[in-house]
Design a protein around this ligand. Structure first.
Ligand SMILES: [Zn+2]
Length: 635
């Protein structure tokens, strides 16, 4: 366990969630994916976009460097002239504005007096216009998470971007269906101090958003961005964490990565390495060293006229291969940076050589040619000449940044919780006004009207479940988080089955069945209701829930038939009573010798016979009662 307060961890969250409105943010297209419609394709080229403030943003410059052709795919049922940038945006969707203002009020933030739609430069091609429309709706709120106040900086409404469907060598393909779907963004202050807390805050915000009843659910509807920094480091932005559960792991990994970079900085300083040493190093053409190489990757490059260049990094020996955690090492930092700037396949460093078909002789030759000493590392790149020289610049730049420790950058989250370099951190010159949409005045009356119809928070709904049904707080939250409140209340009112059993069936049991590969989508509310009717009338034991529901999902038959087939009907009470009486009589001596032990033994017998058919607690109480009766007769 890291000592997170000791290292000064500070995390800020930006939670993005798609709104489930009927229409998109600036046009009348539906936000639901509408099957296959008439499709069209069109092509754009990226160009260097200059913001109206006159500076070229580092992030924009980065994207434009790649010079790819963008191919857009439009399903005309989901896309109109607005998404294609052939027509100005229509008015801001009032339904989406309502939701954003309701969230603003739910987090105690102040609604703005006037909505100003802005253009945020985004030139990776994910927006046909080269910018994303965005507007701040609320400022300066707060939520409480585990007795700590988490400040909410802004509540923003923006349009979702197009989705990448394919990346080819010189082309990127986007589907426009998602472009323009309203997104709400809630950002916290950078006050979160542990990975666990980051996840708790993400969940808490998720519950506030869901309370509106107007957010989309499922894969791809939620994206979290994180700002992570530690003492002595720099803010790093991590984009696109798709699952709430992943937030904690991403923060943990990022802390380890940053600590590793700080350790490398310290070591380099100890070794007396200076930035100028790195920046003044000259790349050397080492193509000849590899003229007979058995490295497949290098050979492939040489066959198509490529070259191999090497650069010696003074004092870096051993530091590129050091790996405190799988995936976290300085060699990967360099490779990630190079690959983000230009698609280079062949990149190696001497900490991992000889290897990958590169021999010891070749490594020795590299050292001779570059003049690298024992304490230096060499990085080589094999590709077309232009790309290779570009890569050499990127390597020098990244290696020099090692002396700063943690470079400010934007990284992308991967599904395993690690991150990869994405682009430089965007500068501040990225916003300018959207002139096609006039400002919208938010009147006091409008806000008062919304205040009258604020939805109850999910926390208050969970609290009600605790009070009304005696559920544990955790189970109540679980019911609320799995969106089962209505089903739960319906089933208990219809069947009168024990509340906690119904609640845990709807949550824990269904989850556990899903984990075991059972297709729980086939289990309907009617199935569960019928099962608990049988439980309430004493015909089936609640312990049979797992077997019965699993079989329902597998066979698609009704509950009664499954209980039949599995032979899980409870025997009549009189039959069980007789069985218990016989057993007790047979064991009279044992009972008088050691009652406790005898009860345990007899319970074992009874459970063998009635497991899944008669409630265990019921069996126990019947057994104890029979023994009591017997004893009273003896007296
Ligand atoms: Zn449209």
């Amino acid at each position: 366990m890291e000592d997170y307060s000791g290292i000064g961890l500070k995390v800020g969250l930006e939670i993005h969630r798609q709104l489930d409105t009927k229409k998109k943010l600036f046009c009348e297209c539906p936000t639901e994916e509408v099957g296959d419609g008439e499709g069209i394709e069109f092509v754009r080229r990226l160009r260097e976009v200059q913001s109206e403030l006159g500076t070229i943003d580092a992030a924009a410059k980065f994207e434009s460097r790649k010079q790819k052709t963008i191919v857009y795919h439009a399903n005309l049922k989901n896309v109109c002239m607005v998404e294609m940038d052939e027509e100005p945006p229509h008015n801001l969707n009032p339904e989406a504005l309502d939701v954003a203002l309701i969230v603003t009020l739910l987090v105690d933030a102040e609604p703005v007096d006037e909505i100003h739609v802005m253009r945020k430069i985004v030139i990776d091609g994910s927006n046909t216009t080269g910018f994303q429309r965005t507007c701040i709706v609320g400022i300066g709120g707060r939520i409480e998470v585990k007795n700590k106040i988490i400040p909410i900086q802004t509540i923003t409404l923006e349009e979702d971007a197009a989705r990448i469907i394919e990346v080819r060598k010189d082309e990127v393909h986007y589907d426009l269906s998602r472009l323009g779907i309203p997104l709400i963004e809630v950002s916290t202050g950078p006050v979160i101090e542990s990975p666990e807390e980051a996840m708790e805050v993400a969940y808490a915000i998720g519950r506030i958003l869901r309370a509106t009843g107007k957010v989309k659910r499922g894969i791809g509807t939620v994206r979290q961005d994180l700002n992570v920094s530690i003492k002595g480091g720099a803010p790093v932005e991590i984009k696109g964490v798709q699952e709430l559960e992943l937030v904690q792991k991403v923060v943990e990994n990022e802390v380890k990565r940053q600590l590793h970079l700080l350790r490398i900085k310290e070591e380099l300083l100890k070794r007396g390495v200076k930035k100028e040493d790195i920046l003044n190093a000259k790349p050397v053409d080492v193509t000849r060293v590899f003229s007979k190489t058995s490295s497949k990757i290098i050979r492939r490059q040489l066959e198509v006229g490529g070259v191999v260049y090497a650069i010696a990094l003074k004092g870096f020996a051993g530091l590129l291969g050091l790996q405190p955690l799988p995936g976290i090492r300085f060699g990967a930092e360099i490779a990630g940076r190079v690959r983000a700037w230009s698609e280079v396949e062949g990149i190696f460093h001497t900490d991992e050589l000889p290897g990958y078909g590169i021999t010891l002789e070749e490594v020795k030759a590299l050292k001779d040619v570059t003049g690298a000493g024992e304490s230096d590392a060499i990085v080589i790149v094999a590709a077309e000449r232009d790309k290779t020289l570009d890569a050499m610049d990127v390597i020098k730049e990244r290696a020099a940044e090692a002396l700063d420790g943690v470079p400010e950058e934007t990284r992308a989250a991967r599904p395993d919780g690690t991150t990869v370099y994405m682009r430089p951190r965007p500068g501040s010159a990225r916003m300018y006004p959207e002139t096609d949409i006039p400002p919208i005045i938010i009147s006091r009356e409008y806000i008062e009207r919304l205040k009258m119809r604020l939805p109850p928070t999910l926390d208050s709904i969970a609290q009600k479940l605790v009070e009304k049904y005696g559920l544990s707080k955790q189970l109540a939250n679980d019911i609320v988080d799995s969106d089962m409140v209505e089903d739960f209340e319906d089933i208990v009112s219809k069947t009168g089955a024990p509340y906690t059993v119904v609640a845990s069936t709807l949550t824990e049991l269904l989850r556990s069945l899903r984990r075991d590969g059972v297709n729980v989508e086939r289990i309907t509310k009617a199935h569960i209701t019928r099962f608990f009717e049988l439980v309430s009338s004493g015909k089936v034991a609640k312990e049979a829930a797992r077997d019965v529901l699993a079989a329902v999902a597998q066979k698609g038959q009704d509950v009664d038939r499954i209980v039949d087939e599995l032979g899980l009907w409870s025997p009549p009470v009189s039959e069980v009573e007789n069985r218990i009486r016989t057993l007790v009589k047979e064991h009279e001596k044992e009972i008088s010798a050691d009652e406790k032990r005898a009860i345990a033994k007899l319970m074992g017998e009874l459970m063998k016979e009635y497991r899944g058919k008669v409630d265990g607690a019921l069996l126990n109480s019947m057994l104890v009662k029979t023994i009591q009766t017997l004893k009273s007769k003896d007296v």
